[in-house]
Write a protein of this length. Structure first.
Length: 306
């Protein structure tokens, strides 16, 4: 299977690599099986559309652990979708052990103790950071406790294909990210059995993804389609720390940013208004103001940069 990313394996003191893992992924401890105090490895970050991603490379045999004490010090705000790229790794969580070969995936729950054993040399992994609150409200308890994703399931192949596309492509990242979440959600729901039901919040998020580019689609229309009051809809969104209107705004800004990033240099100064309208905005002044507030730059600067 083709490698997704190739991290750098640089000899460094154990405490240096552990500090990098903590900075990027949270409170984990690194314990090499060798006593030299030097390990070869690297941790780097990469933004892939909707997701912050860590690329972790480790050589030789090591244990990486996130215990109960670390969880108390650093409560988990994410799930980590671990994709084994090269080498091998055993993941222990919630009384289960999964032996990962290249291509295997495991959804790590950061609020539960976990342990990782890397065997041999040149192990590399892609760790996709998925916001915990949003995952739980999209998919319920099916995503908690540590989930091994079987490569015998056809959805595994589809997720792998979308992940590869996200790494290789500089366009349509928002759409690819949503497609990846939909596939992951379908897999998680299938593990709960055919009787699983959608939560109101997951239905609301799906409707926003589907109709967000329609300027007439607002919180009132969303509540109407869900057959609930706007007040009840707002209560469900409180768990995400935002309102339905804010979610719609962010969705439209993400679509506009993605399309601006895909423009050629020759067309960098043309078509910004059209992109704003196509993303669901009907007020250009409001679009420019909110875009700069979210991204810290103007739409034109994004278009010229890319």
């Amino acid at each position: 299977m083709q490698s997704l990313l190739t991290p750098v394996h640089t000899p460094v003191p154990v405490e240096v690599l552990e500090a990098e893992i903590r900075r990027i992924c949270g409170a984990f401890t690194l314990e090499p099986t060798l006593s030299s105090g030097i390990v070869a490895g690297d941790v780097a970050t990469r933004r892939m559309g909707l997701f912050e991603t860590a690329i972790v490379g480790l050589d030789a045999s090591k244990h990486v652990e996130r215990g109960a004490k670390a969880i108390r010090q650093d409560p988990g705000e994410h799930f980590f979708l671990l994709v084994q790229d090269t080498g091998q790794c055993s993941v222990e969580q919630n009384g289960r052990v999964a032996d990962l070969e290249p291509g295997d995936m495991f959804l790590v729950d950061s609020v539960r103790p976990s342990r990782f054993l890397y065997r041999g040399i040149r192990s590399s992994q892609v760790s996709i950071h998925l916001p915990r609150n949003e995952m739980v409200h999209r998919f319920g308890e099916a995503c908690t406790g540590g989930v091994s994703i079987s490569r015998s399931d056809p959805l595994w192949l589809a997720m792998r294909a979308v992940l590869t596309k996200m790494i290789d492509s500089s366009t349509a990242q928002t759409q690819l990210g949503e497609a990846f979440l939909c596939l992951l959600g379908a897999y998680l729901q299938s593990t709960r059995g055919a009787g699983a039901t959608e939560t109101l919040l997951s239905r609301a998020l799906a409707l926003i993804d589907r109709h967000g580019v329609d300027p007439a689609f607002g919180p009132r229309e969303l509540a109407s389609r869900l057959n609930v009051s706007e007040r009840m809809l707002q209560r469900h969104f409180q768990a995400l720390g935002e309102t339905p209107g804010h979610r719609l705004l962010n969705r439209r800004l993400e679509i506009a940013y993605s399309r601006l990033s895909a423009r050629s240099r020759q067309a960098a100064n043309d078509g910004i208004a059209a992109i704003a309208y196509d993303a669901g905005f009907n007020d250009l002044s409001y679009f420019y103001r909110e875009f700069r507030k979210k991204y810290g730059v103007t739409p034109g600067a994004v278009a010229r940069c890319h």
